[in-house]
Design a protein around this ligand. Structure first.
Ligand code: HEM
Length: 453
């Protein structure tokens, strides 16, 4: 058993007032939950005068996300915060509009298309590795490199475009949005859906600029000579047709889908890679084991997708990083109609929270939940209990990009560890912080050295 425990957010030891909870929600939501959340199955409560229900019980989660999913839709605060960026794309769509989009998009991200996408993953990773090669033997912050890499992968797999022309502007816009508008304020949580807050005016102005930016990006891609075979997600999505109705996407819809894919995909994968590298640095023996696994494997672009099957330990490491640090730490829904969950009356309007962060460390579901143990995910190990492990959600709205994200994280991690030894520069404690995704709470510096001469 490995000794050092990987870092976690502190657990509060006493009940907080509503005001304290609100401040913690803004500072670090991972610090919201006390011991009972990690032990009990269902936790009713009230927040800002509204009914809340946290559900950890597998049957309850199945009810909300699978069997009665129509009754549990995205909550108004999520829509307020994300609509300016994601528009009417798949993430925020509901009902028939969602079904049409999901049917149309899912085939573009199915296992069949992974070789196309893996090709872009490797090309972008190779470019970033070459840059890291110039930064050996000195402390560097790895997260920004991984964020740029994940954005390059999102851009290249979406558009086959080198993102250096657009990447900095895209990151500047999203960073600005993240800082100013992405954290829900008190009005976002309190106001009825149809009443805009003053912050919504700023969000609407952002949307105008954002759409103009996406239009420019799409125009550059659309001007490229068409090719017979699909080169990227843009080709796949442009050609995609609803298998039931035959309908494709018009320009505005395609633009929202492009935005959704880039947004939902790049920061989540960047932090997955960050925590995977962090854990590899924290546990050097594990890192050597992964490097040994990658040594005989061909990770070049033409062979990368086929090589995935030969990387079970790297994949298990990514799975364990996603357990300990799930990038999407909270799934929120709002009950549309009154209902009952495992004997608990649910009034219409109740906010339902299902937290992968809590579930992945729940005492009743995991043996040694706070320990790093990638062997839990090795082939042949007993699979986790149903709905105890859900970094990608569950049910019909499960992450449509999960296959792609796992392909990307496994290939990039394998390539990085095949090439570099990754060590932490200094031993300052890092605390995971839930700011849109699960991030480190401070800059973390690593030292990279070449693994093989
Ligand atoms: C490690 C990386 C990723 C994680 C942890 C992650 C996590 C999640 C989770 C938990 C959900 C469900 C949210 C809910 O039920 O409320 C989700 C949905 C979604 N994800 Fe991901 N995701 C990742 C990567 C990606 C990528 C690479 C893409 C696109 C290429 C993507 C696109 C989407 C979309 C469009 C949805 C909404 C699906 C729907 O509502 O039908 N994600 N993701």
């Amino acid at each position: 058993m490995l000794q050092t425990l990987p870092p976690r957010a502190p657990i509060p030891t006493r009940l907080r007032t509503q005001l304290e909870s609100f401040l913690v929600l803004r500072r670090n939501p991972l610090e919201l939950w006390g011991e009972p959340a990690y032990e009990q199955e269902i936790l009713p409560g009230k927040f800002l005068g509204r009914d809340q229900l946290m559900v950890n019980a597998p049957e309850g989660i199945r009810h909300i996300l699978v069997t009665n999913a129509e009754n549990y839709r995205r909550n108004p605060a999520t829509k307020r915060v994300l609509q300016p960026v994601l528009g009417a794309g798949l993430f925020l769509a509901e009902g028939e509009a969602w079904r049409h989009q999901r049917r149309t998009i899912a085939p573009a991200l199915a296992p069949r298309t992974m070789p196309i996408l893996a090709h872009h993953v490797v090309a972008a990773s190779a470019a970033r590795e070459a840059e890291l090669e110039t930064l050996l033997h000195r402390p560097i912050e790895l997260l920004p490199h991984l964020q740029h890499l994940a954005l390059a992968i999102a851009g290249q797999s979406m558009f086959s475009l080198e993102m250096s022309g657009f990447g900095p502007e895209l990151r500047r816009m999203l960073l600005g949005y993240g800082m100013k508008y992405a954290l829900p304020g008190i009005l976002d949580l309190m106001l009825p859906e149809n009443i805009p807050s003053f912050v919504d005016r700023g969000r609407a102005a952002f949307r105008t600029d954002w759409l103009a930016f996406l239009d420019r990006l799409i125009a550059v891609r659309a001007a490229q000579t068409p090719s017979g075979d699909a080169r990227d997600l843009f080709d796949l999505l442009s050609a995609a047709r609803d298998p039931e109705t035959g309908a494709g996407f018009d320009h505005a819809q395609l633009r929202d889908e492009v935005s959704t894919m880039i947004l939902a995909g790049h920061e989540t994968t960047a932090v997955t890679l960050f925590w995977s590298c962090y854990l590899a640095a924290l546990y050097p023996d594990q890192q050597d084991r992964l490097a040994a696994e990658t040594a005989p494997v061909d990770l070049s672009a033409p062979h990368a997708a086929a090589s995935l099957a030969r990387l079970p330990a790297v994949r298990a490491h990514v799975d364990e990083a996603l357990r300990l640090y799930p990038p999407a730490f909270l799934i929120v829904r709002q009950a549309q109609q009154a209902d009952e969950i495992l004997g608990h009356k649910v009034a219409a309007g109740t906010t339902i929270t299902i937290s992968p962060w809590v579930l992945h460390r729940h005492r009743a579901r995991w043996r040694a939940p706070d320990e790093f143990d990638p062997d839990r995910f090795m082939p042949g190990a007993t699979p986790p209990e149903r709905y105890a492990y859900m970094p990608f959600g569950a049910g019909p709205r499960i992450c449509v990009g999960a296959q792609f994200a796992l392909t990307e994280a496994t290939l990039v991690l394998a390539r990085l560890l095949a090439r570099f030894r990754v060590e932490l520069a200094g031993s300052g404690a890092v605390i995971p912080r839930g700011i849109v995704t699960t991030q480190p709470d401070r800059p973390v510096r690593f030292i990279l050295t070449p693994r093989r001469p």
